[in-house]
Design a protein around this ligand. Sequence first.
Ligand SMILES: O=C(CO)[C@H](O)[C@H](O)COP(=O)(O)O
Ligand SMILES: [Fe+2]
Length: 225
Amino acid sequence: MSRSLKALIGPSILNSDLSRLYEESQKLLDNGADYLHLDVMDGHFVPNLTLGHPVVKCLRNKIKDVFFETHMMVSNPEQWIIPMADAGVNQYTFHIEPVDNVAEVCRKIRENGMKVGLAIKPGTPVTEVERYISMSDMVLIMTVEPGFGGQKFMENQMAKVKYLRGQYPLLDIEVDGGVGPATISCCANAGANMIVSGTAVIGAADQAATIRSLRETVQQAINKN
Ligand SMILES: O=C(CO)[C@H](O)[C@H](O)COP(=O)(O)O
Ligand SMILES: [Fe+2]
């Protein structure tokens, strides 16, 4: 059977009450999240600090069978591969901008049993990431400058998504930053199938309905093509 694209919603817990990380995460899952997107910032690649592998490991101890993606906004992604694999991470998504040997980082991530995600900032041309696609499982097109939740969606990044979808019909393409009910159609029509949504989902009056509606919009766009 041939592989087909799937619409997946991975909420970002960045803007949730992090003192209740487990409860907030479990609530998102109970409300239909397909996976969890965990934002890791080192205060160097981006001007903010969040959480690291010890916190991810504690969360994994409480939440067993859910796909964990870590979005590594760090200057030296190679440094955290083994600790994150040990913490039970399924997909290690890192920014290619600060990395000299992207192929080597991809190889090491897979060697440690995780999937590879390649992320680019809004100012990075899509061609920079395209040459590594064969070594990866997913590409993340950032739709805000990484570092903070709650920013405005950058519609001009959709050209990258459209280009990649045109070239790679079955590639998992993720968008992250300012994505919610008001911007999901734009992402879905451009060809994104993995959707990170933070503020819009965390702050929704009806989290389950919001997650369901985001997924339906993306799945409908996939079915049309
Ligand atoms: O990587 C991120 C920021 O760098 C977050 O995943 C992203 O901002 C999600 O939050 P929101 O939907 O509120 O923008
Ligand atoms: Fe993120």
